[in-house]
Design a protein around this ligand. Structure first.
Ligand code: NAP
Length: 485
């Protein structure tokens, strides 16, 4: 006969998904929880990023927890600091601040004698029955390997470490990188400074309007619960997401064709100079790289004080960036919008599972996890937004909530006393990986471009199937894939 077992759960990371886990565990009656956060504030990516123009390209009303809609978004796409404010309010409202231990960076966790033994960098030790890794996907900065970078005499910063003491107005600013971040920075600074945007490969730009909400609209959302819920699940957006997520599974799909027409028309209709237009035209399919949404990038790059540089960067010198054509682009500020390392997830913390198996060894040829959640040999351990999960142009909050629905069923197996340890079998992960790699071949991510979606083995690292399939898989763990001890 099974009995309820007292569980202690440790959550690593107090970003969007760690906060979600803490709220949901309490709701499920599991109160013995702790969240270890390496920084001194919650927020994850929204705490780290404060660059000019930082905006979430998922509509603000859809970028909320499903159980906590928010009526006061200032605009269709919310600025980063409003999103940070949203998470801070949620933490307060749900009272989870009291279980967060700040300035505690996980150094090591090891599963032995049926429990996880955790050790923080500062030596603090703890034990937990379950560990939830909510450490985010893009966290560790990718500093480009450009010769002479350290010799730059002006101000040098990565987009995720913005130095707000550096004056920008009227300065000569170089921005390396044109992913979502670089594009947002250029759009925000155009007309305020003399910009050089260094583009290694062109990006397709999806047009989007970003209208402000009036006070009357915000009041209406606050007064009418149903209206607010409808905003959260706004039909046009939900349909667009479903269409997009289906389209990316097949590079030759009608959906990709339609998206291609939209971004091509955006380029043709909004970039006047034919030479610039060709410089901005990618030579790969739409959505192969993570699609950039922007209401104003083309306008920004056509500003008289903006300059698109497509010559390869040779090196950085004290006075600026030298390109291979021999030209020195003199700069006061150099911004690296060069993205992130994708591989770490919970690492560099050392994670040791059953019988001394090391996550570093298991992931030697790249991080992977069954259903993006479980790794064989690591019992009572689950990841939110882990490797091979859906990442893309839609809300990672929704993804995390669906993953949580799955993880809480795994926890419940232990909580209810059905087993003491639950871990995925090696066969289940092998089968999953085989099918995933096969399916990944036809996705648009594999259609011929470089991006952070591509793993070290050349295979896209993201969920290769439809969104519907993800919803289906997350509804209930297939227990035959798990070993219950
Ligand atoms: P990213 O998409 O990885 O883009 C990095 C950029 O830096 C690319 O343009 C890349 O060029 C360039 N680059 C890297 N190393 C370089 C080098 N050595 N020399 C020249 N160029 C170099 O990074 P990100 O823009 O920070 O965005 C990361 C992710 O964060 C996005 O994909 C998205 O998921 C998320 N994000 C989301 C939002 C949002 O609104 N929701 C906003 C910002 C970021 P190549 O393309 O040639 O490699």
């Amino acid at each position: 006969m099974s009995t309820t077992r007292e569980l202690r759960v440790a959550i690593i990371g107090a970003g969007m998904s760690g906060i979600l886990a803490a709220i949901k565990l309490r709701e499920a009656g599991i109160d013995n929880i702790v969240v270890y956060e390496k920084a001194d504030r919650i927020g994850g990516t929204w705490r780290e990023n404060t660059y000019p123009g930082l905006t979430c390209d998922v509509p603000a009303h859809s970028y909320t927890y499903s159980f906590e809609p928010y009526p006061d978004w200032s605009s269709y796409l919310a600025p980063g600091e409003e999103i940070q404010g949203y998470f801070e309010r949620v933490v307060k409202k749900y009272g989870v601040g009291e279980v967060i231990r700040f300035s505690q960076e996980l150094a090591r966790c090891e599963f032995s004698e049926g429990q996880w033994h955790l050790e923080m960098k500062n030596g603090l030790k703890d034990k937990a029955d379950f560990v939830i890794a909510a450490t985010g996907v893009l966290h560790y900065i990718n500093y480009p390997d450009i010769p002479g970078l350290a010799s730059f005499r002006g101000s040098l910063m990565h987009s995720a470490k913005w130095d707000h003491s550096v004056p920008l107005e009227g300065k000569r600013i170089g921005i390396i990188g044109n992913g979502s971040t670089g594009v947002q920075i250029v759009s925000a600074l155009a007309g305020k400074a003399k910009l050089k945007h260094f583009q290694r490969s062109a990006q397709w730009i999806m047009p989007v309007e970003n209208n402000a909400y009036s006070d009357q609209q915000k009041q209406a959302f606050a007064d009418d619960e149903e209206l607010l819920k409808n905003m959260q699940n706004e039909e046009t957006y939900v349909k667009a997401v479903m269409r997009f997520t289906d389209a990316i599974t097949d590079a030759e799909s009608e959906g990709i064709h339609e998206l291609q027409e939209i971004v091509t028309a955006n380029l043709e209709e909004n970039v006047v100079d034919p030479k610039l237009r060709e410089m901005l035209r990618p030579d790969y399919l739409v959505a192969c790289k993570r699609l950039v949404y922007s209401p104003d990038y083309y306008e920004a790059i056509q500003h008289p004080d903006s300059d698109l540089v497509i010559d390869d960067i040779e090196c950085v010198e004290p006075g600026g960036v030298r390109t291979r054509d021999g030209k020195l682009h003199e700069l006061d500020v150099l911004v690296l919008a060069t993205g992130y390392e994708v591989g770490p997830f919970i690492r560099p913390a050392e994670v040791i599972g059953r019988d001394g198996v090391r996550l570093n060894d298991v992931w030697a040829s790249g991080p992977t996890a069954y259903m993006a959640i479980s790794v064989p040999g690591f019992p009572n351990f689950a990841m939110l937004n882990g490797p091979t999960g859906p990442v893309g142009n839609f809300s990672l909050i929704d993804i995390a909530e669906r993953q949580w629905g799955y993880i809480e069923q795994l926890i419940e197996l232990v909580h209810s006393g059905q087993c003491r340890e639950v871990s995925v079998t090696a066969e289940a992960l092998d089968e999953y990986n085989e099918a995933r790699i096969e399916a990944a071949k036809t996705t648009v991510f594999a259609s011929g471009c470089t991006s952070w979606y591509i793993g070290a083995d050349g295979v896209p690292i993201t969920w290769p199937w439809s969104y519907d399939r993800f919803i289906e898989e997350m509804a209930k763990p297939q227990l035959e894939s798990y070993e219950l001890v």
